[in-house]
Each structure stands twice: as C-alpha cells, then as structure tokens.
Design a protein around this ligand. Structure first.
Ligand code: C5J
Length: 224
C-alpha cells in the first residue's frame, strides 16, 4: 500500500488494484455551445481544470495503471433518456436538439467527445453512460471486477452531479474511493466545496479527498 496524504486520513492506495476514473470531460460540458452552456452555465470554470486532469492522467499512464474515461451519452433515438431528464433545467436547447457541436449529449456527435487535451489513448476504457452515475446501465462494475480493481481515484465534472453520484455508487459497491480535489470542478464553487466536505465527513463516509500534488509527492517518495 502507498499512503497518500488525504482527508480525513491517509488514503491507502493499492498499486496493483487501482484505476483512475475521469468523469465526463466532454466538449458538451466544457466548451461554449455545448449542453452545459445551454443550461446557462459559465463553462470556463470547468475548462480551467483541464491541465490538472491531464497531469493526473499522466501519473497513471506513467505507472501503467488503468485509466477509465466516462462520457454522458444517449443513443441517437434517445430511448435511454427518460422524458423527465429531457425536460429538466429550462435549457435554451434540450438533450437531442442540435447545438453548435451537433446534437446535445448524443453519442457520436462532436460535442459528445472528450476534449482533445484529455483524449483516451489505445487500451484505455471508455464508458458511455446514460445516467449521472457511472454504474447505471453500463456494466462497468463487471469490467472493473474482471481486471481486479478495488480502488478508484476520481476526477472530472461536475463535482456534485456525475462525479459525486459515481463515487457514491462506487462506495456502495465496496470500492475505496479518492477524489482529486483540484482535478474536479463544478459550475458552482459552493457546490464543489460542499461536495468535498460531505465526501470526507464522518470519517470519510463516501471516501477520501486530496490534491494532485499529494499523489505525485507520495509516488515520488516511493520511487526515491
Ligand atoms: C451534468 C455531469 N451536470 N457530468 N452532468 O449534467 O455532471
């Protein structure tokens, strides 16, 4: 085990059984003209963490540890998108309607792709998820079990929606979860802060939180 300085206490990272999960770093949430923008959000807040997420992915690639990318994506016929989800948010455009980067949140459209700076490389797992949580209707639990993963390190957007939902789903399934706090972001600063607090509260009721530097420092000390 590698102890990562974290809250509420050091995170015991198991190097043989840890994967990184990068949640929904898609153009639809991060670039102007996408789904997040259509809801009236300031997407620049999310774009700002791209270099930190890239640094985190690089750590995992250098270690040879698995990297999993998720995309919030619906089938072109929207058969996997409940009407209640389409109706939500009072947006200027709804899921499935055509925006500046193609149909919003629809698989295969330009806006549904992961931003170029974080593009998956060969061998990395890409999960299309119709819900906010990564385990709903994706089969990812079976994929993770097949490769022996017990520990998940989380990054991505948005902190209080798809990241937190996925962490809670993972916690319920027995994974030991660490959120890299400067590699996640929300359209709302107060929601990010509150989510980080509620994850680590009560002795880490959902998991641990730490900055990227804490992970990098622990790995550097191990290598020295
Ligand atoms: C949202 C997400 N916010 N990836 N999706 O609708 O958090």
């Amino acid at each position: 085990m590698i102890d990562i300085p974290a809250r509420p206490y050091p995170y015991p990272l198991d190097p043989a059984h840890t994967a990184l999960v990068v949640i929904d770093m898609q153009r639809d949430f991060i670039e102007p003209g996408g789904f997040g923008d259509s809801l009236g959000n300031d997407v620049a807040r999310l774009e700002a963490i791209v270099p930190t997420v890239a640094g985190l992915i690089e750590v995992f690639r250098q270690q040879g540890w698995p990297v999993i990318h998720t995309r919030e994506a619906h089938k072109p016929d929207l058969s996997d998108c409940p009407p209640s989800k389409i109706a939500r948010g009072n947006p200027s455009l709804h899921i499935g309607e055509v925006g500046a980067m193609g149909r919003l949140l629809v698989a295969g459209e330009p806006g549904n792709q992961i931003v170029a700076a974080l593009a998956p490389i060969e061998g990395e797992i890409v999960i299309d998820k119709p819900g906010k949580g990564m385990f709903w209707a994706t089969g990812v639990h079976e994929t993770l079990q097949a490769i022996g993963i017990t520990h998940l390190v989380f990054a991505g957007v948005t902190t209080e929606v798809c990241v937190q939902t996925s962490m809670r789903e993972a916690n319920d399934r027995g994974y030991e979860c660490l959120l890299i706090e400067d590699a996640t972001e929300s359209y709302f600063a107060q929601f990010k802060a509150a989510t980080i607090e509620m994850i680590a509260a009560q002795g880490g009721i959902v998991g641990w939180v730490a900055p990227l530097a804490a992970l990098q420092g622990a790995l550097a000390r191990r290598a020295a």
